[in-house]
Structures are given as C-alpha cells and as structure tokens.
Design a protein around this ligand. Structure first.
Ligand SMILES: Nc1nc2c(c(=O)[nH]1)N[C@@H](CN(C=O)c1ccc(C(=O)N[C@@H](CCC(=O)O)C(=O)O)cc1)CN2
Length: 297
C-alpha cells in the first residue's frame, strides 16, 4: 500500500508547536511581525499572500501588507523594502515571487535585511546554507525535510533526484539533502530542462522531488519500485468548471502511486508546508532579533 503523506496534518503539527513559541515571545512583550509585499496581479500569488496572512492571524503574528501596481518602478519597491528594514515592529519581510520582468529580482533579495529575510533568499543566507550553517532555511525545501521526517523517510545514503533547479526549491533542496546533518547525507542529482534522458535518472532514485513547474512531467514509468515521490508543483490548469481551473502537480499521481512507496498529493502535500515553514522562520527571526530563546518545533 502506498502511503500518501498528509501535508495539512504535518503543517498543523508545526503551527501547533509554534504557538508555545509565540506565547514565550508575548511573555517578553514581543509580538512577531511579518511584512508581505506583492507586486503582481497573478491570482495564484494573491492566493498565496492571503494564505500567509491567514496563517499569521491564526498564530498571533502581526501581518503588514504592502502592494504595488505591477507597472510601478523598481525603485518604488526598493523604497518599500528599505522602510520595512527600518521598522522595528517588522521581524520578517517577504517579497512574493515572481516580480515583474522589469524588476531585478536578485537586487530585490539583496535589499532585504538578511536578519529579516524569512524566505532565506538573501545571498548571505544562501551562503550560510551552502556552508552548512543555515540561519533561515528556504520554506519549501525545509517543509519537504519535515515531511520526509514525518513519513519516517531516512535520507542518509539514499540517491535523491531533484527535477528543477530554481533558486526557491531545486538549489536549496539539493544543498539541504547533501548536508552532514539529519535530513541530509543523501547523494543528489539535480535535473533540469537540458538533462538528457530524465526518466533514466528518476527511475534509479530512492527519492524523486519534482519541482519543475510542468504539469504531470513525471509519470509512473519514471518512478522506480518503492521510491519516495515528493511533488512540489502547484499548476493551475484550465478546466470548464465554475472555478475555471484545477490544481495539477508535476507528478501524474495515479500512475506514480502504482510504483511509489510514499507520495505527496497536490493539493494538500508540500504547499501547506511552505506556509508553515514561513511562520516558523518568522518566529525564529523574531527570537533572534529580540534576543529571546524559543523552543522551535
Ligand atoms: N517569496 C516567495 N515567493 C514564492 C514562494 C516562496 O516560498 N517565497 N513559493 C512559491 C509559492 N508559494 C508561496 O509563496 C506557495 C505555493 C503553494 C502553496 C499552497 O499551499 N498550495 C496549496 C494549494 C493552494 C491553492 O488553492 O492554490 C496546496 O498545494 O495544497 C503555498 C505557498 C512561489 N513564490
């Protein structure tokens, strides 16, 4: 029987554990504050921002939101980030990705105070991750580590194949999996659009992490017997219903189920963990900046 990992349940356990941390901070008269910045009218980005705000409200984190028209100048965005850097009530800042093409996303990430960079995308935080001393682990890869742990998947000595080399998932995931630390010690192959014979690579893997943003790119024929399959894709595919779309992962779930030992669904797998680990990083950022010790879950 294939085990389907319930990402909502694991995310709930993390947020339950964060409640005690927020109480510890409150006892020191500290309320965590998260600023979200949106420069897009993409409906999916709007959904993710409201999920982040709801997560904050449920946990007692103050959320501040700044929104810019997608046609605004890059300087307008940099000014907003600079003001949030200087605001002592703001402990975490995230700029929802992607930003419009005329904005240099690398410069945006460099503008955020590294101590407030709860996405873990600032070069200082990327450097710390690569060096094996992470401050804020990027939310989705960190969430995947927590899912694997919850499903009793020991990564040590495994062959892991990551499909996708994005800065948000593929690259940091590879770095976490090769670390000499729990949740690491794997041998990692990172595949991408120029990889030849992708199926031959995924078929040999103990763990396949699909994060290419291509609906149903990975099917059952590409999964070896007894492999663990983590689906990061949340693709909106148009359908003729009132909603107008359905969510489809990067993995063809039904056929992959036939070979996989453990698999994540879409929705309800990796997605909820991205939000939970953002709240985790916000609480951690608050504890660091306010010099309060908390027991993170
Ligand atoms: N600044 C950032 N931008 C982006 C990140 C990020 O970590 N930081 N990640 C992705 C999108 N993302 C968060 O922003 C995200 C994606 C999916 C989900 C999620 O919970 N998905 C649900 C389905 C939600 C729906 O109905 O559409 C699920 O999979 O169950 C949360 C966050 C890109 N940008």
């Amino acid at each position: 029987m294939t085990h389907v990992i319930d990402g909502n349940a694991v995310a709930d356990r993390i947020t339950d554990g964060l409640e005690a941390c927020v109480e510890t901070l409150e006892a020191e008269q500290v309320t965590p504050g998260l600023a979200t910045v949106l420069m897009s009218d993409d409906p999916a980005s709007e959904t993710y921002i409201s999920m982040k705000q709801q997560g904050c409200a449920d946990l007692g984190i103050e959320s501040i939101h700044r929104e810019l028209d997608p046609s605004a100048s890059a300087d307008d965005l940099f000014e907003i980030v600079a003001a949030l850097n200087d605001d002592p009530d703001v402990h975490g800042i995230l700029v929802q990705m992607p930003v419009p093409d005329h904005v240099d996303s690398t410069r945006v990430l460099r503008t955020i105070d590294p101590l407030k960079d709860v996405d873990g995308f600032h070069p200082e935080n990327v450097g710390r991750l690569v060096a094996g001393d992470p401050r804020y682990k990027p939310c989705t890869p960190h969430g995947i580590q927590k899912l694997l742990e919850a499903a009793d998947v020991d990564t040590e000595g495994t062959d892991a194949v990551i499909v996708g080399r994005s800065d948000i998932v593929g690259k940091p995931m590879a770095n976490l999996l090769i670390q000499k630390a729990p949740g690491g010690n794997a041998t990692v192959t990172v595949c991408h659009s120029r990889t030849e014979d992708l199926a031959a690579k995924t078929r040999e893997a103990d763990i396949v992490i699909a994060a290419a943003g291509v609906p149903e790119l990975v099917d059952g024929s590409m999964i070896g017997d007894g492999a663990v399959v983590i689906d990061v894709g949340v693709n909106r595919v148009e359908v003729d219903t009132e909603k107008g779309y359905e969510l489809v992962g990067d993995v063809e779930f039904e056929s992959a189920m036939e070979n996989a030992r453990t698999i994540t669904p879409v929705p309800g797998g990796v997605g909820p963990m991205t939000i939970a680990m953002l709240l985790y990083n916000t609480v951690k950022a608050t504890a660091i900046q306010e010099d309060v010790s908390v027991d993170l879950p």
